[in-house]
Design a protein around this ligand. Structure first.
Ligand code: ASP
Length: 316
């Protein structure tokens, strides 16, 4: 008897990535920015796909993809992270394994080159889920992770965004450059397991030890083999209040919704609160989805035997 169409089409592995959402519209993105973001997203898809195509795990794939984006100055994570009000960088990241819902996260790290690698160490080498501040970087050193001076994360473009914000008190907290540049990846491996990872510098001009949704399990990052894996980008405060990533997984698990319907519904609810941004999702069914309530989102996807795509705008 032939398999149902959906089972026949299930890819052996899937990978979806994002590099932030916001006012990303044709004509508003410079050719240099467009080419740089495109190359960065393709390099991240290459890194994650290589892991998955050779039978590697979803958790290794999402880490590999995110580390590439952390090193790329076009994105607000690792090198290229936004500046805090005090002109520093405090970095947040999380990683989660859908097999057993094991998770690790780090908030306000200042010297660890790859915050997502530190989140992975927190998951695997500590009894904790979330470490913050100086203690997180101390743990990174103890685990032998590469340390850099905080200025290593500096870029001229991010500096000018901070200067612009300080010069104009009419600019809002959430949209100094009208773009969120957080990075993330979700994957399903050949064993049908899912994983998610997110990494960010947070919001330009953030103060008072502000932490966003990215390192909060259930808000900006979640993975559960019984449902799906989610990574978010956007105005973190609203994503925390909505519990975006877990909420999407809960709708899939308890209501049997498709990933796309669950993501669209939760993004609409987040918008109703005032939140803007987007999510990427994949699940053990092999479905890949994204949803955003901003004009655009830097995003890409790849799957075994499937077409690979990188997209920026809302009408693609
Ligand atoms: N969600 C991130 C935060 O609020 C920002 C971003 O997506 O760029 O920290």
């Amino acid at each position: 008897m032939p398999l149902p169409a959906q089972a026949q089409q299930k890819p052996e592995w899937t990978l979806v990535i994002h590099g932030g959402a916001g006012i990303i519209e044709k004509g508003k993105v410079t050719p240099e920015q467009e080419a740089g973001v495109q190359a960065g997203l393709n390099a991240a898809l290459d890194a994650g796909s290589k892991v998955l195509a050779s039978g590697g795990s979803a958790i290794d794939a999402v880490q590999a993809a995110v580390q590439v984006l952390e090193d790329d100055r076009h994105f607000n994570a690792g090198r290229g992270a936004v500046f805090t009000w005090d002109a520093n960088h405090t970095l947040d990241a999380a990683i989660m394994d859908g097999r057993d819902r094991n998770a690790g996260a780090v908030a306000s790290s200042t010297t660890t080159r790859h915050p997502v690698a530190l989140a992975r160490k927190v998951m695997e080498k500590s009894p904790h889920v979330l470490l913050a501040g100086a203690g997180a970087d101390q743990f990174a050193r103890e685990q032998g992770l590469e340390q850099v001076d905080n200025s290593w994360f500096d870029t001229a473009e991010r500096r000018s965004q901070l200067d612009k914000m300080k010069a104009d008190d009419k600019l809002g907290w959430f949209d100094v450059d009208l773009k969120y540049g957080t990075v993330g990846a979700v994957a399903m491996d050949a064993q049908g397991h899912v994983a998610a990872a997110t990494s960010t510098g947070g919001l330009t001009g953030k103060r008072w030890g502000r932490i966003g949704d990215s390192p909060l399990i259930g808000a900006g990052t979640y993975a559960d083999d019984r449902a799906c894996a989610v990574s978010a980008t956007g105005s973190g405060e609203y994503f925390i209040r909505e519990g975006v990533a877990h909420e999407i997984c809960a709708r899939v698990r308890f209501k049997g919704e498709s990933l796309k319907l669950a993501a669209d519904t939760v993004m609409a609810e987040t918008k109703a609160l005032g939140g803007t941004g987007g999510v990427i999702v994949t699940g053990p069914s092999g479905e890949m989805a994204w949803s955003f309530n901003t004009p655009g989102m830097y995003r890409g996807k790849a799957s075994a035997g499937g077409a690979r795509s990188v997209e920026f705008y809302g009408d693609q």
